[in-house]
Design a protein. Structure first.
Lengths: 466, 82
């Protein structure tokens, strides 16, 4: 009898109605399909009597399978994952359990690949699928179409899982991060050409009047192909070279919308980039995987543009500041010269040269005035429009300075030619009456005992006529 | 790389301004420094402004090669991909 049962088992059948489901069972070794529905001879024994129907094991298993699949064709089961194992075939075997029971489950490769997160032991999930029976072992199992982690969304979980994985690999290490160049002039942008992000970035750069060239690599920023396009964009811009920084990003949206920036393929491309990358995804509160890998995270696309513009404007400010100082310093030198000359002129006695010197002094005044006004102009527009200033001022100042330099040289020469100091240098001295200030050309101009002022090359002193 | 030169230029410019502000130079030396300073600030300016404010987008041409084409800033999409 025992032997017989075994034989029946070996010859067990598989009802034809089940065939479509067969291919969904990857590890199901094809059961011998001998069409042996009934044990021969049995039924004929007593046709009139209600003999109990006797099934082969295969028969009953397949019947149960059939009826279960019919009854539980699309059910949702919540339970905790345990004994999870991914077979070399790519299919995933696991047990779903709760406090009282457990059920085996299988998730086939295709379904597994569609999951955003990686199922793992201990995770509470809701699985959708149908109940079936794995005939070779007569084992009931849940064939999982899809599952969702309980508590957090699948995307949230996937985010955490990828974040942990990449962190372990060191993709977020600050040592690997490249600094933003201080003088970015060519900016690559990987984003949608029709999205909010590109408009925001361009608006900011325009408002900041920033001098940068922009190269856009257009991609989708949501949907299935987006991540692939974004990573291709990053690699392409790297291949082309010549860029100082790359901004990747998009405007705000749901977690699903922002998802491409949470995909591994994008993270890897960002990490591999030789050009510093600013990740600017969604709003301030949105963090994406690409934010963590990127060299710099900007809370929004506008903020990314501000970063680019800010780095430059710091240098522009420094330069402008130095420029105004240099003009002021030279202006001050003119002022000094002018004062020196007025002192000289005010010396009584140089009446004959006085008017000429005064004229020259006046020209120095003029020069100083013009210089001061050039310096003065430099400051207020700095506050209003740096860009206009950048354009207009340096040219005019440089031009003006070139001109004024030759004027100065002229003046210097003239001053030297006219200067009585040159005469004094040769050993002559000039005598003025102390009381009247008159230049003394005749001894008769001065009475005995009158005090005089003697000016020599290096200074002057008083003396008395004896 | 260009930034290094830029930084160097700014440093030198700072030095020049410092010397000019000290006021201990002759007028002739002041002018020489002033001229150098003007040159430096001009070259810095040039570096800052080497970009032309071009806005371009990469678009595939008929041969599937990526070409840089001007990008319309005001939101209209130029006949581009995706």
């Amino acid at each position: 009898m025992v032997l017989m049962k075994q034989q029946r088992f070996l010859f067990g059948d598989s009802p034809s109605s089940e065939t479509p489901e067969e291919d969904r069972q990857p590890i199901a070794e094809p059961v011998d399909q001998a069409p042996q529905d009934k044990v021969p001879g049995r039924k004929e024994i007593k046709p009139d009597q209600q003999e109990p129907e006797i099934f082969s094991v295969s028969q009953i298993v397949n019947r149960i399978k059939f009826s279960m699949e019919k009854q539980f064709s699309e059910i949702w089961i919540q339970g905790e994952i345990s004994n999870l194992r991914i077979a070399p075939s790519g299919h995933c075997y696991l047990t779903l359990k709760d406090a009282g029971s457990q059920i085996s489950a299988v998730c086939f490769k295709a379904g597994l690949n569609r999951l955003k997160f990686d199922p793992e032991d201990g995770l509470e999930v809701v699985a959708r699928g149908k109940i079936s029976v794995y005939a070779p072992r007569g084992q009931m199992q849940l064939i999982v179409d899809t599952m969702e982690p309980v508590g957090h969304g699948a995307l949230q979980l996937a985010f955490e899982q990828l974040k942990e994985k990449l962190a372990k690999e060191g993709l977020f290490d600050s040592a690997a991060k490249k600094p933003l160049p201080q003088l970015p002039s060519r900016v690559g942008i990987v984003t949608s050409p029709t999205g909010a992000a590109i408009q925001d970035i361009l608006r900011v750069l325009k408002r900041r009047n920033d001098r940068v060239d922009i190269l856009i690599f257009p991609t989708r920023v949501q949907g299935d192909s987006a991540a692939r396009e974004i990573s291709r964009g990053i690699r392409e811009l790297n291949r082309r070279g010549g860029l100082d920084v790359i901004i990747i990003g998009r405007g705000g949206g749901s977690l699903e919308d922002l998802w491409p920036f949470n995909e591994e393929i994008v993270a890897r491309a960002v990490y591999d980039s030789n050009i510093p990358i600013i990740s600017a995804v969604g709003h301030e509160i949105d963090f994406s995987i690409s934010d963590f890998v990127a060299d710099l995270r900007a809370p929004t696309p506008s903020a990314a543009a501000e970063m680019v513009a800010g780095a430059r404007s710091e240098l522009v400010d420094r330069l402008e500041h130095l420029r105004s100082r240099i003009i002021r310093a030279v202006g001050f030198r003119i002022q000094q010269k002018r004062e020196a000359h007025s002192r000289l002129i005010s010396r009584r006695g140089f009446l004959d040269t006085h008017s000429r010197l005064a004229m020259i002094s006046q020209r120095l005044d003029e020069l100083a005035l013009r210089l001061n006004s050039a310096a003065g102009q430099l400051i207020p527009p700095l506050k209003t429009s740096l860009g206009q200033l950048e354009k207009a001022l340096p040219l005019s100042v440089a031009h003006y300075m070139r001109k004024s330099r030759s004027e100065w040289e002229n003046l210097e020469n003239k001053l030297n030619a006219f200067s009585p100091l040159n005469v004094l240098k040769r050993g002559y001295s000039i005598v003025n009456s102390e009381s009247t200030g008159e230049l003394v050309r005749d001894p008769m101009q001065v009475e005995d005992g009158e005090r005089i002022v003697v000016t020599v090359s290096k200074g002057s002193f008083t003396a008395r006529r004896e | 790389m260009e930034l290094k030169d830029f930084e160097k230029s700014l440093k030198r410019l700072e030095e020049i301004v410092g010397k000019l502000e000290d006021g201990e130079l002759t007028l002739e030396d002041s002018l020489k420094l002033f001229e150098e300073g003007t040159k430096l600030s001009k070259s810095c300016e040039k570096q800052l402004n080497q970009a032309q404010r071009k806005v371009e987008m990469l678009v595939k041409d008929e041969d599937g090669e990526l070409q840089e084409v001007p990008f319309e800033v005001d939101g209209e999409e130029p006949g581009g991909s995706s």
